[in-house]
Design a protein around this ligand. Structure first.
Ligand code: ADP
Ligand code: MG
Ligand code: MG
Length: 921
């Protein structure tokens, strides 16, 4: 039996490919990112210092057994011999010593893994040999002291200070400021001092056997895989523990051999702007880590051209080739030794959202990648970042330096906001509208009657609540930067101030809120707002995403809906939201909430009169007053959505939400009684009694949705009349309307059977009255589990389904969302009882299964059933992918998330192209 191969030389990548079955992911898995890059470059005849990689499998074997697997060390020695042959040097031999670096490298780059040890192989003996060879004792002892220090800190885990302190003392004693002032004798003395540090701390000598150095360094890399920082990082980023890290042993090349040597790092394109121009820095006469550490001011890469034209030219050629090979922007490390260029690392470069879009687009236009790939390369998060106001990075740094950081909460809605704080909605609105101030509304938490203040504000800050609290949901809906649950802040509403550890901010003071990170600062930080109309690159990319989704044929779920991917619609209540939705690329309104219109100041009194009406005539009179308002709302909506479907949901919330707050009213009544005020008291007492009469112990499961329509049909009759009158008027003026009336909270088909024919009759009456004809639909929300499992019956009446996944999640889990998020949900996610917050990402196994049943069963009754989702999940990429898979026709989300959803829909379509069709058969 041949022994397992634990070690591969850089020039053995073919063997690795054979072993893992040919795929590059497998190679990366076995050799790690760094090792596979080095091997790949070696194969492409890029100048790479010879070396070898100890595999991740060896690492895993080491973790299991607590020692090197059998044969591994011997294979390392074998591989080292080959390196000696290639370089003509010998490890540990004084006359011409081979020095190597020991570099960790997992499949994914991971902070917290062991750092690199350079110059392994230097000992007292080989150092002397190197001096003779190079005639450069300063270089040799500089390298040697680096080895002793790195070995001490990295391998032996001695704190940095133990080395830094004696070095600083030495420099002080000599009157030196910079390392460059140190001469050969100085470094030699420091080397001795560092060796003494090791002896003192560890009780043994710095190993003078180079093989011992190599062995310990290899083992230290393995051990660092299970170091605390590395494990924490893996937990946070979902990198599995069993990947292991590889160890790369590589011949040293020296950038610190004089002014004809140097080292640097570079990106093949600009990582912050995306410009197609090499971006990088280098230092002459320096070793690798010096550039990153910023010890000296590095030079711009362009200037290398005049200093070492040949090496520069070769470098440009090689990096260009690497970019073509990986078809991605590369981040490379290089070193020049006596004018000769060596490449030490290549990997896909990290970049800003902005430059990611530009690079993807450019590469597609250059023919390097396809349009589909360009779309795939941008993440939904990157699009999100691009659309929200952002703080100017430098100015935020200044704020931090000036100690203006105030508090941190949950980053509920991204973007940057700067404004004066106000502690209630009315005042916030007034200051914003009348006094034209930039306002941040600050509350312990928010409620539906705070919305007008939130909309008027530039940002929202709360001290309570989580990522799906009312404040968070509304803020996201309207694209308002928002931080919630900043629990260190004590809000004192009475004295109109807030405080963190005694640091007081008063009403009217300026703060800056970063909804992207959850940070709050005192005072102003500069911002800039990217406009989507101006982001031509992003618009092009989104157009490509739409083209992917629009391609017909691959998803056969729904006859008459022949797209490959999902359409993206928007939730919009007002014409201006609809316009915004259009400009963000929505092709329909998936949810217009009519009750928001009832909350407006001039309408609320009429609404209350209507609710409290003692007889039908009074109620009808109030509704007649509301009708023109509603008609005007819908008119604007239809015009904004000319040619596109508009789903309007009939009234949904329990009526008490439109009434004054019971507790506050009670207080007023008591106060009046105590003070003996009589005028108006009787009315107030009557109102209080009425409101108390409406009390429900579980309003969210009480009289609302279709139940309310059946209990009090006059309201929805008015709404349907308003919808169809507006639609008819629009049609007459040449607008193409596609109204879809949505009945909320259906639990049994009999509810639809009762209400829907009455409403259809009104629709037809209006069309007759106005002498126009247009198509319309009636449908329902699926948000009660019973509706989902009886979808086949419900589809006999409903022409479309729209999943209200917020309610569906509440009712499926039996969680009241507000309570759950305030209490146990955080624990549930932390303990892994739930993988994710189901109010943010659809719970596929439960809620999702109900959705799947509803779609399938609904379409057995009505094959052309239109299916969408209008819950908050409609803007969540994972949920969007799920909606694609179960055969939704569209997702509907807040206008601000439409671009994100367009991209996510394209990703889903690409990921599952073909597959969905196969499953459908
Ligand atoms: P990291 O993953 O932290 O970048 P690296 O293993 O890439 O760690 O190495 C740190 C620095 O040392 C880099 O600048 C790298 O180029 C340099 N370096 C690593 N190995 C060698 C070598 N054999 N010769 C010269 N420089 C090296
Ligand atoms: Mg590196
Ligand atoms: Mg609902």
């Amino acid at each position: 039996m041949t022994e397992k191969k634990w070690v591969y030389s850089f020039n053995e990548v073919k063997l690795v490919e054979e072993y893992v079955g040919g795929n590059w992911e497998g190679v990366r898995g076995l050799l790690g990112g760094k090792g596979s890059g080095l091997a790949d470059m070696t194969r492409a005849e890029v100048p790479v210092p010879p070396g070898f990689t100890v595999t991740t499998e060896a690492c895993n074997a080491y973790q299991a057994a607590g020692k090197f697997p059998a044969g591994m060390w011997e294979q390392e020695l074998e591989a080292l011999k080959k390196v000696e042959q290639l370089t003509g040097k010998k490890f540990g031999e004084a006359s011409n010593p081979l020095l190597v670096s020991c570099r960790s490298g997992a499949k994914f780059s991971m902070p917290g893994m062991m750092d690199t040890v350079l110059n392994i192989g230097l000992t007292d003996k080989t150092a002397e040999g190197m001096v003779k060879l190079t005639n450069n004792p300063r270089f040799v002892y500089d390298s040697y002291r680096r080895l002793v220090e790195m070995f001490g800190t990295v391998v032996l885990e001695i704190p940095d200070q133990a080395f830094e302190e004696p070095l600083n003392e030495y420099k002080q004693a000599k009157g030196y400021k910079l390392d460059t002032e140190m001469n050969a004798e100085d470094w030699k003395a420091i080397t001795a001092t560092f060796k003494a540090v090791i002896k003192k701390v560890k009780g043994f000598d710095f190993p003078q056997d180079p093989f011992e150095q190599l062995k310990l360094a290899t083992e230290a890399v393995f051990k660092s895989w299970n170091g605390k920082r590395a494990v924490d990082y893996r937990r946070a980023t979902n990198i599995p523990d069993d990947l292991g890290t590889a160890v790369n042993i590589q011949t040293m090349v020296f950038g610190n051999m004089g002014e004809d040597s140097g080292t640097g790092v570079a990106f093949t394109r600009n990582p912050s702007t995306g410009d197609r121009k090499m971006f990088g820095e280098y230092l002459l006469n320096a070793q690798g880590e010096d550039v990153v550490a910023g010890i000296r001011n590095a030079e711009k890469i362009e200037t290398l051209n005049s200093k070492m034209p040949e090496a520069y030219h070769q470098f440009m050629q090689i990096t260009n080739r690497l970019e073509m090979h990986y078809r991605e922007m590369q981040d490379v490390e290089f070193t020049i030794e006596h004018g000769k260029l060596w490449m030490l690392q290549t990997r896909n470069g990290k970049r800003t959202a902005n430059s990611a879009v530009k690079i993807a687009l450019d590469m597609a236009n250059e023919g390097l990648i396809t349009k589909d790939e360009a779309v795939q390369r941008i993440t939904p998060d990157q699009v999100d970042i691009l659309l929200h106001p952002q703080f100017v990075v430098e100015d935020k740094e200044v704020a931090k330096k000036e100690n203006r950081f105030y508090a941190k909460g949950v980053n509920a809605s991204p973007g940057a906001a700067v404004g004066q704080i106000y502690f209630d909605a009315d005042l916030a609105e007034k200051q914003a509208k009348q006094n034209k101030q930039d306002v941040i509304m600050v509350r312990p938490f928010t409620k539906p009657d705070d919305v007008h203040g939130m909309i008027a504000a530039k940002g929202v800050l709360t001290s309570e609540g989580g990522a799906t609290s009312h404040a968070a949901v509304v803020a996201r809906q309207f694209g308002i930067p928002c931080v919630v649950g900043a629990s260190h802040i004590k809000i004192d509403l009475e004295n109109r101030l807030m405080a963190v550890d005694g640091k007081v901010v008063r009403e009217g003071d300026w703060i800056s809120v970063d909804g992207t990170t959850g940070e709050v600062f005192v005072g102003k930080i500069l911002t800039f707002t990217p406009k989507i109309e101006e982001q031509t690159d992003l618009l092009t990319l989104l157009k490509w995403a739409d083209e992917i989704c629009a391609k017909p044929g691959t998803r056969k779920f729904s006859p008459g809906w022949p797209t490959k991917g999902l359409q993206v619609w928007a939730n919009a209540d007002y014409p201006k939201d609809a316009q915004r939705a259009r400009s963000y690329g929505a092709v329909g309104i998936g949810l217009c909430r009519t009750e928001h219109m009832f909350f407006e100041k001039d309408r609320l009194p009429i609404v209350q009169r209507m609710i409290l009406a003692e007889n039908l005539d009074v109620r009808k009179a109030a509704l007649d007053e509301l009708l023109p308002y509603q008609r005007a709302d819908f008119d604007g909506l239809f015009r904004a959505m000319d040619g596109y479907p508009v789903i309007i949901r009939l009234i949904d919330p329990p009526l008490h939400e439109f009434m004054p707050n019971e507790d506050e009213l009670f207080e007023e009544v008591i106060t009046m009684r105590v003070k003996g005020e009589t005028t108006g008291l009787a009315e107030k007492e009557k109102l209080l009694a009425d409101i108390r009469g409406m009390h429900e112990s579980n309003p969210m499961m009480g009289l609302r949705g279709v139940r309310l329509s059946i209990y009090m049909p006059q309201i929805v009759e008015m709404q349907v009349r308003a919808i169809f009158e507006a639609a008819a008027d629009c049609t007459l003026s040449g607008v193409v309307v596609k109204p879809e009336v949505m009945i909320p909270l259906t639990g049994t088909v009999n509810e639809l059977k009762w209400i829907q024919p009455r409403l259809i009759k009104i629709a037809d009456d209006v069309m007759k009255e106005k002498k126009v004809n247009f198509t319309y639909k009636f449908g329902t929300m699926i948000e009660i589990p019973r509706a989902a499992v009886t979808a086949a019956e419900i589809a006999e009446y409903a022409e479309f389904f729209s999943f209200g996944t917020n309610d569906l999640t509440q009712m499926t889990f039996g969680y009241s969302r507000d309570d759950a998020e305030r209490n146990f949900l955080v624990t549930y996610v932390a303990e892994g009882i739930l993988p994710k917050n189901p109010f943010q990402t659809i719970d596929q196994g439960g809620v999702g299964r109900l959705m799947d049943i509803a779609v399938k069963d609904g379409r057995t009754t009505r094959p052309d059933l239109e299916v969408g989702i209008c819950g908050e999940h409609g803007g969540d990429p994972d949920s969007i992918e799920f909606c694609h898979l179960i055969g939704n026709n569209y997702v509907s989300c807040s206008p601000f998330r439409v671009p994100i959803a367009r991209l996510a829909a394209a990703h889903a379509a690409l990921k599952h192209s073909g597959k969905a069709l196969a499953e459908d058969k």
